[in-house]
Design a protein around this ligand. Structure first.
Ligand SMILES: N[C@H](CCC[C@H](N)C(=O)O)C(=O)O
Length: 276
């Protein structure tokens, strides 16, 4: 089968995006892993498949797969690229787009400057919602990693995140601690691990070791999780500029009962085709 695709990225978090509206497409896990392989395939952090909605009140459905083939609930950078994709391909002319994902419904607003604002839904700090195995509710949860104890804030943004505040955002902690927490037995579905360095109440540095991928240049849901964790812990204000290795995202959250708002860019790199 000849597969047409568009290669895109959000701050260096890169995607292959496929139009399954015009023509139904199905991939098995092995095909996703091969397509995602940076040496033997196209290479991506996530595969995004754009489909017709199952709910007639929505405009689209989109499915998200990590490069290891696992299907996931939410992808912030991917949502922005999704919005650019459906407008570029004239699958819609709307600039406010309602989308079904595995985690539920999200709304995308394409701004005149090309930036996309995404209503990312409301976060949850309840361990069971990730899931995260914990003896009870707490503000911070200690976890042992290779003899060291780290304190994490568990956050569900539809997908699971563990946010760890650090003073020094170095490779040792991201590459040494990230993989162990990502696959830790207390996270039965694994977890995205965010390392948060607070610069001020409205500015942070963040690196994310993503579930099913490894460290990415940016993680939209990770930026949302880090900011709401920081607000919950009293470290951050309601609107925060998040510096990721691939660039900046602006995240806003007014607290419980409100959705998280994420604003950032989406870029198209090239269009291609490949025989599956
Ligand atoms: N690795 C994530 C999915 C992609 C999230 C990230 N690329 C984003 O922009 O939110 C997970 O397994 O939940």
């Amino acid at each position: 089968m000849l597969l047409k695709f568009t290669k895109m990225h959000g701050l260096g978090n890169d995607f292959v995006v496929v139009d399954a509206v015009s023509r139904k497409v199905y991939f098995n896990k092995a095909q996703i892993e091969r397509l995602g392989d940076r040496n033997r395939g196209i290479g991506f952090d996530q595969l995004l498949i754009v489909e017709p909605p199952s709910n007639p009140d929505m405009d689209f459905r989109y499915r998200i797969y990590n490069c290891d083939g696992s299907e996931v609930e939410h992808c912030g950078n991917g949502a922005r690229c999704f919005a650019k994709f459906v407008l570029d391909r004239e699958l819609t002319h709307k600039r406010v787009i309602d989308v079904e994902t595995k985690r539920g419904q999200i709304q995308l607003k394409v701004q005149d400057d090309g930036q996309v604002c995404v209503d990312m839904g409301e976060p949850s700090f309840v361990p069971e919602d990730l899931p995260f195995v914990a003896p009870g509710l707490a503000d911070l949860y200690p976890i042992d990693v290779a003899g060291e104890t780290y304190e994490l804030t568990p956050v569900s943004v539809g997908n699971p995140h563990a946010v760890i505040r650090v003073d020094d955002l170095n490779d040792d902690i991201v590459e040494g601690v990230g993989p162990i927490v990502e696959g830790h037995e207390r996270f039965p579905n694994n977890v995205n691990v965010g390392f948060l360095q607070v610069l001020s109440a409205d500015e942070v540095n963040l690196r994310v070791y993503e579930r099913g991928v490894g460290e990415t240049q940016a993680c939209g849901t990770g930026a949302c999780a880090a900011v709401v964790a920081g607000i919950k812990q009293g470290w951050l204000a309601e609107e925060v500029l998040v510096h990721l290795p691939g660039g900046d995202l602006r995240i806003a959250w007014q607290g419980p009962g409100h959705s998280i708002q994420m604003t950032g860019p989406a870029e198209k790199v090239f269009e291609g085709q490949i025989y599956l």
